[in-house]
Design a protein around this ligand. Sequence first.
Ligand code: SF4
Length: 294
Amino acid sequence: MKKALVLYSGGLDSRLVVRILQEQGFQITALYFALPFGCGGCGFNQKEEIKIKTIDVKKEPLLSEYLKILKKPKFGTGSGINPCKDCKIFMFKKAKEYADKHDIEIIATGEVIGQRPMSQIPSAIKTIDKELDFEILRPLCAKRLKETSFEKKGLVDRNKLLDIRGRGRKKQMALAEKYKIKYPTPGGGCLLCEKESAFRLKYLLNKNLINEKTLPLSMIGRHFYIDNMWFVVARDAKESKIISKFLNRIKDDIGKPAVYFNKKTGHQKALELQNAYSTGDNGDLRRGFEEFKL
Ligand code: SF4
């Protein structure tokens, strides 16, 4: 049986690709990337009909590889610190390793030309493809792209592939109805795209403070860098709970947030931060920490 590996987010586009290739007689492996800063996909709340293989980029050794890309992306970033082209290249290369190991001929994605400004405009797709020494099949917009060797060889019937472009979802929704595909609403986006977090994440990355253990901290709370120490102050009970798992922390209490500090010597400063960010009229105390905020 012919085999295809579909980069699977759980969203409608990748579900459609699974169905389109199944119709062409492919046995599908769905490959899901759990990315450190989100945008891995929509999640799989419903019962999935296919087997999903997860590649966990939140764990080593992949996390370090990914963080290295974030620090120095070859093809630049979008509005935040999102290196979309490099990120895609990273995922495609990992997918290829998996495909080779499992004798899978085709790697396919649910990408649609013109759907995303940084990685799916024609020039971006060209840049990405040039960086790979293998081909990617994009069934939803294949007719708008150069014919791949898979199509030329007759492994895939080009006539049954699509020519969707742009951000509209009408065609995909009509197809979902035709194929009776249920799909979840899109999940949270990619934190790397958010302008507000860009400075903080870049700062933490450059100081090598993000690792497998501290990754959850980088996405929550108020951040401070004082005397070569990193502090995270929780903003609510959920964040306090995350901080409570760390050894260097001041516990939360009624009206008092938990505070993380990355060096033992930060204990006193962490107490001061907790005091400043406790409920009450602490404007003056908080102003004293403004210059250290990330
Ligand atoms: S938005 Fe860009 S950087 Fe973020 S996960 Fe998607 S491709 Fe990667």
